[in-house]
Design a protein around this ligand. Structure first.
Ligand code: FAD
Ligand code: SF4
Length: 541
């Protein structure tokens, strides 16, 4: 992680020896040039970096650096999305008369790293200071912390006020609490921001409509057409570049259809509000073969890049309810994801990093099976989730949590291995949101900091919430034997193996009571069957 400052210093010295070009100011009177850095997920007009921008004198620096595309081998669609959205944002700034120094990935002199690119820009423009907004990821923040000393000018890092809760606000909430339950944080956020609140009580009288939001999809349900945004000339140029530079990365490019500009993102938001929000709650947890999107919003990439603000998205959902265009269970369920989960995981990330990355409470060590990359497995649920991931750089939350995540948990995959996978494969994957979801929610690596129990489930859950089992090589009803659904014996083997760590958890009392009533031989047979299955996976790597 991170660049070696020693190497950067060498480069800075060598750059300083070159002839320094004249500043734009020279000959036009003295003024203070501010270099304003905008990172790839800071594509918002209201970004703190830009609030006091002086278009006459300031320079905005945007950098496409190779290191950001390769520190994990991101899905090709993710790289195209970020670079195309950056190029569109730069174009919109230029239209407003802002001077943008944009370093393209394929510029011959591009050094491929943030620190050395900022150094080169400092030599080019001789700014008096640098202004930027706090990076969203710890890895980049660690770089930025060295810049003032390295560049010899002040670097002002502003809080990212695009979120509902600042890092300090979350830390204040978490301080002194034994458990950090999302529900408690979410209720405070609802009150603090007045979203779905009447007086000081929740709209409709309940804080949580989750009970109404666990339906499977009835056969014959007509799903809405989803807008996919056809690549324009800018996106097509980036696609060619990505295919040429990162052709061996995971995923298909031909289905690229993500919004890459604010205008497209607003269209996607409108479309979701009209066609999907009313059913979002009911089928939030449902899965269906051949259908990747159902009623989900597909807005995470636009939100995470800054093309949409969480405030406007939550307000739009609330307005739809108040206008009678969507029921409360749907709107509350949707707002909970953004005002609740999204803010909460960011708080967890910034409060617990960098140690959080190394958590492994269940001591899981297995390597990632090859099928996570190829989708080649007889388990239909995994094939569906991974197939959608390759095609669209997307699978929805329940596929991530209860299919690929559940398998990783039950199979004992090393948290760092599965965490790198999630970071690589989704268009919306940014470490601040991906890591707590993976370590805290999917594989319980934080030992219960986030979740009150592991999200472990047998095949019965997947069967109830999907039609995947109908076309599977395995039989979800069988508990053992060559045709038995692997999730069934893996589930019990997981509980047996983790008995010392988990049997004291009140929410697991029921399955542990069941296990306690089984004879030793039955438990030994389950462990043996699970081991045989898992050992074959390793052979396939
Ligand atoms: C193992 C795992 C890894 C994940 N990695 C990411 C990631 O890298 N980036 C990411 O944005 N989300 C991640 N999530 C959360 C969630 O799955 C995605 O936000 C969601 O699937 C994106 O699709 P959507 O926009 O259609 O979401 P919708 O289902 O329409 O939800 C609406 C919005 O709520 C927010 N949201 C929903 N659930 C969560 C959550 N658990 N945490 C944070 N925000 C949430 C997202 O901004 C999303 O766009 C992960 C979840 C799991 C279980
Ligand atoms: S039978 Fe088991 S492996 Fe097959 S789709 Fe159902 S849950 Fe998945």
């Amino acid at each position: 992680m991170g660049e070696k400052l020693g190497a950067c210093e060498v480069l800075l010295r060598s750059l300083s020896r070159r002839t320094i070009p004249k500043r734009r100011s020279e000959g036009r009177g003295a003024f203070m040039t501010v270099l304003r850095i905008i990172l790839g997920d800071q594509l918002s007009d209201e970004l703190a970096t830009l609030t006091d921008l002086d278009p006459e004198h300031d320079i905005v620096l945007m950098m496409e650096v190779e290191q950001e595309s390769t520190y994990v081998r991101h899905h090709k669609q993710k790289i195209v999305l970020v670079l195309s959205a950056m190029r569109h944002f730069a174009a919109s700034l230029r239209e407003r008369g802002v001077t943008v120094d944009y370093v393209r990935l394929d510029a011959p002199e591009n050094t491929g790293r943030f620190t050395t690119e900022v150094q080169r820009a400092v030599v080019r423009h001789r700014p008096h200071r640098i202004v930027m907004t706090e990076p969203s990821e710890w890895r980049v923040q660690a770089l930025v912390e060295g810049w003032a000393a390295l560049m010899g000018i002040p670097v002002e890092v502003r809080a990212d006020d695009r979120f509902f809760a600042s890092r300090a606000r979350f830390a204040a909430w978490a301080r002194g609490r034994r458990s950090w339950r999302m529900e408690h944080f979410y209720r405070e956020m609802r009150r603090e921001h007045g979203i779905l609140i009447e007086g000081d009580q929740p709209a409709g009288g309940e804080w949580n409509y989750d009970q109404a939001n666990r339906k499977s999809l009835p056969a014959g349900t007509v799903l809405p057409d989803r807008p996919r945004f056809l690549p324009d000339a800018i996106t097509r140029e980036v696609m060619a570049l990505v295919e040429q530079r990162f052709g061996e990365h995971f995923g298909e490019l031909e289905n690229f259809g993500w919004p890459v500009s604010r205008a497209d993102a607003l269209r996607a938001l409108d479309d979701f509000m009209d066609d999907c929000l009313p059913s979002f709650g009911d089928y939030q947890d449902a899965m269906k073969a051949g259908e990747s999107f159902l009623f989900h919003s597909l807005l995470a990439p636009a939100l995470n890049l800054g093309l949409l603000s969480p405030r406007e998205v939550c307000r739009a959902a609330e307005a739809a309810w108040r206008a009678g265009r969507a029921p409360l269970n749907a709107v509350e369920g949707f707002v909970r994801q953004i005002l609740g989960w999204r803010e909460y995981v960011r708080g967890v990330y910034w409060t617990l990093m960098p140690d959080y990355a190394d958590r492994n409470a269940l001591q899981a060590t297995r390597k990632l099976p090859a099928f996570y990359w190829t989708g080649e497995t007889p388990m239909n649920c995994l094939r569906e989730a991974i197939g959608s991931t390759a095609r669209y750089a997307y699978s929805h939350h329940i596929q991530r949590l209860m299919v690929t995540g559940n398998f990783a948990l039950l199979a004992g995959l090393a948290p760092a291995e599965i965490e790198r996978w999630y970071l690589a494969v989704y268009a919306d994957a940014f470490e601040w949101v991906e890591m707590p979801n993976t370590l805290g929610m999917a594989v319980f690596a934080d030992g219960g900091q986030m979740a009150s129990k592991p999200y472990a489930a047998s095949g019965a859950y997947i069967d109830r919430m999907s039609d995947f089992c109908d076309a599977c090589a395995y039989d979800v009803k069988q508990k053992s034997g060559p045709k038995a659904c692997p999730f069934n014996y893996l589930y019990w083997a997981f509980l047996i193996r983790q008995k010392d760590r988990l049997s004291g958890n009140a929410r697991l009392a029921m399955p542990y009571r069941t296990l306690g009533s089984w004879p030793q031989e039955r438990k030994a047979a389950i462990l043996a069957e699970a081991d045989t299955f898992l050992d074959q996976l390793d052979v396939n790597e």
